[in-house]
Design a protein around this ligand. Structure first.
Ligand code: IMP
Ligand code: MG
Length: 186
């Protein structure tokens, strides 16, 4: 099996890379329709969104540009601090641009709600959100995903760009991290 060497660190695979790629393909068709005739700028949120961006951007059959931001809200824990800091800003001027934020996961929604307002305040023509995954708490947030991959249960997941203390980002699939892996640091 794919994760034999770390089988005791993971509980189960929730979304396979094949399922994710197929879903991102569907979302790409929707985005092509919705942004027909408009220039589109994808803004990826480093580092978690790297895999989503790579798959989603390649699924698009239309011109597109990409830029990146790095924000911090989590540190090494597994719950959101609510404090968002810009670690790396955009290289692009987004005045009058149609921006689609590409994000790995919406949990509390604090990061995305802050980011959306921040990009709108810079004069973007529109700001929408694509998220690969969404957790149940996101219903309480004041941000919604305009394009969503999968709803998942309220478990800490890794893989497909998502990390725990910078580990596991390279795993192809989205898997539940065994709770004993972080129980001690909470
Ligand atoms: P939010 O601000 O609570 O919505 O958290 C968003 C960010 O927290 C995401 O971009 C991820 O980096 C991180 N995050 C939330 N849930 C998980 C998870 O289950 N695994 C890994 N990172 C997560
Ligand atoms: Mg993130």
């Amino acid at each position: 099996m794919r994760y034999d060497d770390i089988a005791d660190e993971l509980d189960e695979v929730l979304v396979t890379h094949e399922q994710m790629a197929a879903r991102l393909d569907e979302l790409a068709r929707e985005v092509e329709r919705d942004y027909d005739g408009k220039e589109l700028l994808l803004v990826g949120v480093l580092k978690g969104a790297v895999m989503v961006m790579a798959d989603f951007a390649r699924a698009l059959h239309r011109p597109v540009t990409m830029d990146w931001m790095a924000v911090s809200s989590y540190g090494h824990g597994t719950t959101s601090s609510g404090v968002v800091r810009i670690l790396k800003d955009l290289d692009t001027d987004i005045v009058d641009r149609h921006v689609l934020i590409v994000e790995d996961i919406i949990d509390s929604g604090l990061t995305l709600s802050w980011l959306r307002d921040n990009l709108l305040s810079r004069g973007a023509a529109s700001v929408k959100i694509l998220a690969a995954l969404r957790k149940p708490d996101a219903v309480k947030a004041d941000v919604t995903a305009d394009y969503l991959g999968f709803d998942i249960p309220n478990k800490f997941v890794v893989g497909f760009g998502l990390d725990y203390a910078e580990n596991y980002r390279h795993l192809r699939d989205v898997a539940v991290l065994a709770p004993r892996m972080y129980a001690q640091s909470e």
